[in-house]
Design a protein around this ligand. Structure first.
Ligand code: 5RP
Length: 237
């Protein structure tokens, strides 16, 4: 690890490094997306190179798949793996119930599929991701491109009856073009401020035509490993 890292990257690295030790020979492991997950992939690549660790990985995005291959990790599809012993991923927010907001990196759909096809999901995060109430981070919702404006209007209508502080929704952009997910879909970011009832929010959103998946992960995460810039790692189960 370079000593030039920012405190936040040191914290992400500490959590990723510790979680990488959970991977054992022969395991099938889901690999998340984002900057913290990228540290994990690099740490696992080191173990493959230095210790001869052998495991099969199911990446949650093309970005993660490219990095995993680059560092010598064997990449397989979820279909080929069948089931996973462990998934390790980052998060945008987590609360005391280990409920999460994910999708800041745009990979929430694959991330949720991979996490729910795993015996155990472990989140790696820096301490700034911990919140009392989810919602400060805009909630990503993956929607089909066809008629996304109509889906957006239905989401806004649904938000009117939900316990939130804000109701603005924004189409995620990538420069001048709409951001496109690995499945070719769009993302709407919901600026909610506070989500009073995340479980209800997740159910309501997924019933709206055009919504593919939302970034709330409830009853999915088993453990959060919180990294600190001094190298300490706290674990919440
Ligand atoms: C990607 C995600 C990421 O895990 C989340 O955005 C956290 O990213 P980072 O580790 O870069 O802070 O959900 O879809």
């Amino acid at each position: 690890m370079s000593t030039d890292l920012s405190p936040i990257d040191k914290a992400k690295y500490a959590a990723a490094r510790r979680a990488s030790e959970m991977v054992e020979d022969g395991m099938r492991v889901g690999l998340g997306t984002g900057s913290t997950a990228a540290w994990l992939v690099r740490c696992l690549g080191e173990r493959v190179r230095d210790e001869g660790l052998r495991f099969r990985a199911v990446p949650t995005s093309t970005r993660t798949a490219e990095l995993a291959r680059e560092v010598g990790i064997e990449v397989v599809s979820l279909g080929d793996a069948g089931w996973l012993e462990l998934t390790i991923d980052g998060a945008d927010e987590f609360d005391a119930d280990l409920s999460l907001i994910k999708g800041g990196g745009g990979a929430l759909l694959h991330e949720k599929i991979v996490a729910t096809a795993s015996d155990q999901m472990v989140v790696i995060a820096d301490a700034a991701k911990e919140v009392d109430t989810l919602g400060r981070f805009p909630l990503p919702v993956e929607v089909i491109g066809f008629g996304w404006q109509a889906t957006q209007a239905l989401i806004e209508e649904a938000l009117a009856s939900l316990d939130v502080d804000g109701r603005d929704t924004k189409l995620r952009m990538d420069g001048d073009a709409p951001y496109t997910t690995d499945e070719g879909n769009r993302i709407l970011d919901l600026q909610l401020g506070r989500i009073g009832d995340p479980r209800q929010m997740a159910l309501v959103l997924n019933q709206i035509p055009g919504v593919v998946e939302n970034g709330l992960f409830i009853d999915i995460c088993d453990r959060v490993m919180i990294g600190h810039s001094d190298g300490r790692v706290e674990t919440r189960d």
